[in-house]
Design a protein around this ligand. Sequence first.
Ligand SMILES: O=C(CO)COP(=O)(O)O
Length: 249
Amino acid sequence: MTIWVGTSWKMNKTLDEARDYARGLVAGLSGQELGDVQPFVIPPATAIAAVAGILADDSRVLVGAQNAHWEDAGAWTGELSVPQVADAGARLVEIGHSERREHFGETDRTVRLKVAATLRHGLTPLLCIGEPGDVKDRGRSTPYILEQASRALEGLDDDQRARVLIAYEPIWAIGEHGRPATVEELAEPFAALGQEYGGGVAGLLYGGSVSLDNATDLLGIDHVDGLFVGRTAWELDGYLQLLRRATGS
Ligand SMILES: O=C(CO)COP(=O)(O)O
């Protein structure tokens, strides 16, 4: 079974920094046995092509985009389409991250359209779901995320679903003000996701304050097929160390 370990750089890194990271990653992985671990890197759009060009030297690392529009082309100022990010070298498209839902008007409807567009063009959607802290406080995390996932995947057939990655990223666990979810807190949501989607999608990932301290424990949770990482992997050494944790090397 594939273990996905990837990072989104969010709105970080110049082209030079992105190239340095990508070159370092190729060098750092050279000769390293990855086993079932599938690395992926999601740079800002400005760096997708450069990073994909460098990582082509290690074809084991997938490159993604942090967002893409649902239409293929047209009058959508400031947006990028799935064919455009694919043209730049992206093979994954991250969709519905909570930062996009909160700040950029991403809704269940636009998320669903983007998942469908990504599949239509043969790329892998990385669908992000996650509940705010007040929903967790009311004990409603699991129904909330199941509803989000079901709305995003509405209308897909089994073959299409099988190509989707789902990342559960509780909003209260993400970023510098977030607190990492504990293994105990994640057991129930992942049991529910596993029951609903386990085996039916490409993988179920956890994201939110993943660190070198908690990565191994998080990967040990039932139905967790991988980790989606921000800050800990923005420095290359952190990402390489996470990959080593995942491969057990
Ligand atoms: O949002 C995330 C990945 O998409 C997680 O970010 P952090 O790992 O920095 O909490």
